[in-house]
Design a protein around this ligand. Structure first.
Ligand code: GLN
Length: 496
């Protein structure tokens, strides 16, 4: 994949205007990858309850476990990209595995479920962090346009997430699960296709770090070992996903090991670089809590939408699960450019909040949104069905919170980490999502009623009690972050 580079790094990074044109190639590749990913994500919990006959509790736990494994693999994917493959080959390999995973599921969703999921897990690990890091590579150090670039990229993510989340579950409802998983696979083929066809335009970005350091044959050998290794871990992932009880052991070990590894890597950097890495870790650790709340979306909120919501939003009839899977993305697409403009306007007035305060606000917004999920119980009818309008409003507010944290975190990883650790720190950022997802699954499972045959009203009470608790925790986290922000600010040195 290395030949025929057309543009030099300087050509790319010295772009005129707001965005480098290469951003659009990454935008569309990632958009389709997210189509596949969110298409699948929106189906998992319901598929497990209705086709694999898991209890709601087990489905929530397993969903959390699957998401946790996916995002854990991003740390490994980022690490191998930094050390051996480079970002480009990693994205290619990840995309290929994701295609295999989707079509395995499409072929026989019930029988091959865990095999298909295992491919998807490893594939996403190689694809997701590394395409994000490549966005950061389009910018020179200190280029103030970087955040806007990540904002745009984040919109692309959500265009894909919206279309995938909406169309895949619709296909499953109206045609078949096989067709729905195939659709995810087709999305992934398009994403990888775009990446392959546009790779020559991104110059040297994402080439292997070993390029020019060793003979081609040796590089190839290293690559093959990574590819083979990732296939060899597949049976292990399969076992881990199939048996939810192993998830715990896995999660107890991977995070601490990753942290120890980063601390060990830090020794070769100077004090300022280390300070910035510590600051990055603070953002990462807080993001775990954020995702634990936010990621109720694919688990408990998906079941809440299935059973406890009416089907009317702003007078239109629509399946509540389609709203659950897609409204967040629509709101991001609309609000992300507005957020960019708002930050710019505030910066001009010298009133732009720093990134720590933005993170703190993210928690406060999520706290409000969970309070609304809770408050929705007061609009329920006698059958236990409540307002889809209120639910959608809560999504709008949690999306505002997301925009104060998620695209900013991506951008920060590429500014706070020194270049040789970019992939790994981006992987670490997503590893935090893994822990968030994992915690989200446990929180969601604890919100379910003990009895799956409980009435809809009992389910409503049980879930909304849980949402009220989450609202309180979110507000506490936000306040803590805002209070400690001056300390962390010092560690960030010249980064705002
Ligand atoms: N929604 C974003 C994405 O899919 C963020 C996911 C995350 O970091 N948990 O990229």
């Amino acid at each position: 994949m290395e030949q025929n580079q057309t543009a030099s790094l300087a050509d790319i990074q010295n772009f005129k205007g707001k965005y480098p044109k290469q951003l659009w190639y990454l935008f569309f590749s990632e958009m389709w990858e997210r189509f596949a990913f969110y298409g699948m994500r929106g189906m998992l919990t319901i598929f497990m309850v209705e086709q694999l006959m898991l209890s709601e509790r087990d489905a929530n736990l397993k969903y959390g476990g699957i998401q946790a494994f996916i995002y854990t693999m991003t740390f490994i994917g980022g690490l191998f990209a930094d050390k051996i493959l480079g970002f480009r080959k990693s994205v290619f390999w990840g995309g290929l595995l994701m295609i295999i995973g989707s079509f395995t599921l499409a072929f026989s969703p019930k029988d091959l479920y865990y095999i298909g999921i295992s491919f998807t897990i490893v594939g996403t690990g190689f694809f997701k962090p590394n395409i994000s890091t490549m966005v950061g590579s389009l910018y020179k150090d200190g280029d103030p346009r970087r955040d806007a670039g990540f904002g745009l990229f984040y919109s692309g993510i959500n265009v894909g997430a919206f279309l995938g989340g909406w169309l895949c579950i619709k296909t499953a409802n109206n045609y078949s699960w096989n067709a729905a998983f195939s659709l995810a696979g087709i999305g992934m083929i398009i994403g990888l296709g775009i990446f392959i066809f546009t790779r020559k335009m991104i110059g040297p970005i994402g080439l292997s770090p070993l390029e020019d350091k060793m003979p081609k044959s040796k590089i190839r050998m290293n690559d093959i070992m990574v590819y083979a290794g990732s296939l060899l871990v597949m049976p292990l992932i399969y076992l881990l996903v199939k048996n939810s009880e192993y998830t715990d052991y896995f999660m107890y070990t991977v995070g601490p090991l990753a942290l120890i590894y980063i601390l060990w890597e830090m020794r070769r950097f100077n004090k300022i670089e280390r300070d910035k890495l510590f600051a990055a870790l603070v953002f990462i650790i807080f993001s775990i809590f954020f995702w634990a709340f936010f990621e109720q979306a694919g688990g408990s909120l998906s079941l809440f939408a299935r059973y406890n919501l009416n089907d009317t939003v702003l007078g239109m009839h629509i399946d509540p699960n389609e709203v659950n899977n897609s409204s967040n993305s629509i709101f991001v697409i609309i609000l992300s450019p507005l957020a960019g403009l708002l930050w710019l306007w505030m910066a001009k007035k010298k009133a732009e909040p720093n990134n720590l305060i933005k993170f703190g606000l993210a928690f406060l917004f999520v706290g409000i949104s969970f309070y609304l999920y809770y408050y929705n119980r007061f609009f329920a009818d006698a059958a236990g069905k409540t307002s889809l309008n209120m639910f959608t409003l809560a999504y709008l507010i949690s999306t505002i919170g997301e925009l104060c944290l998620s695209p900013i975190g991506l951008s920060l990883m590429t500014t706070l980490a020194p270049k040789p650790l970019h992939g790994m720190m981006m992987g670490m950022w997503f590893l935090a999502s893994a822990y968030g997802q994992y915690a989200a699954g446990i929180l969601g499972a604890n919100m379910t009623t003990a009895n799956d045959n409980a009435s809809l009203t009992e389910k409503l009470i049980s879930y909304t009690d849980g949402y009220k608790q989450l609202a309180i925790y979110a507000v506490i986290a936000g306040v803590v972050l805002i209070v400690i922000s001056p300390l962390v600010r010092k560690l960030m040195h010249d980064v705002k």
